[in-house]
Design a protein around this ligand. Sequence first.
Ligand code: BT5
Length: 254
Amino acid sequence: QYLPKEASFGKHVRWLPSCDSTNKTAMGLAGAGAPHGTLVTAWEQTGGRGRRGRAWFSPQGGLWMSLILQHPIALSRAAELTLLCSVAVRRAIRATCGASPDIKWPNDLLMGGRKICGILAEIRADGETVQHAVLGIGINSNIPATAFPPDLLAIATSLAIETDSTIHNLTLAAAILKELEPMYRDLEAGGAGFQAVAGEWRAASATLGRHIRVQTASKVLEGDAVDVDDSGVLYLRVDSGQVIPVHSGDVLFS
Ligand code: BT5
């Protein structure tokens, strides 16, 4: 399949047999001027990272990839990166694996309520502009149930388990990049960004319409998840009837 001449996502690929974290490697390369769209991927990560310093289990068989973004975007739009990425990954999984995961705000894809993908966007900002960013995507593709630690198996699953088939990691990665590139171009140009795919996001959301608890940096909020706005802020109707914005946090279903 040919891409337009100006396409840059995946034009340069850094394949690593093993590394601590593809995000960490990619942030270093981004700072050193690696070309926009460079992809860093590894067979396994020994120190895969999630948000807030959490660990990401990354054995061989999964798809662990980090995309370097060098074209600046406004800092006010950085939160859209994760949401756009979740829509792109969901589309790619549907197209290449025939599975339809749910999206859990802000950065998870789930199947049967269990996590198959996590997204970690890291940015380096200068004032109100994101100078470069790394979009880290971890997909449990070919990970058998026996490979998961038991405590993780309670909350995680893999595409291989759910579809009872082997996943072609390369095809999946290429499909993600193909979906993501036009989305990023639009964001870069100051276009609609998340708003353009918000309907698709809502239809796939495992969060909206549910009574949830959200762990924020300072407290746990509880209420009905009513909507997300165009910049990805989640709105929660708490018991008093007040609707409050949640900018970041972990959703705990209740
Ligand atoms: C995330 O964090 O979900 C972001 C994960 C991003 C991983 C990719 S892999 C490529 C790139 N390089 C990196 O170093 N990272 C990125 P968070 O929402 O904080 O979720 C972390 C939590 O998910 C952990 O505390 C575990 O409970 C759970 N978890 C860990 N490994 C998992 C796995 N393989 N599958 C499902 N859940 C997992």
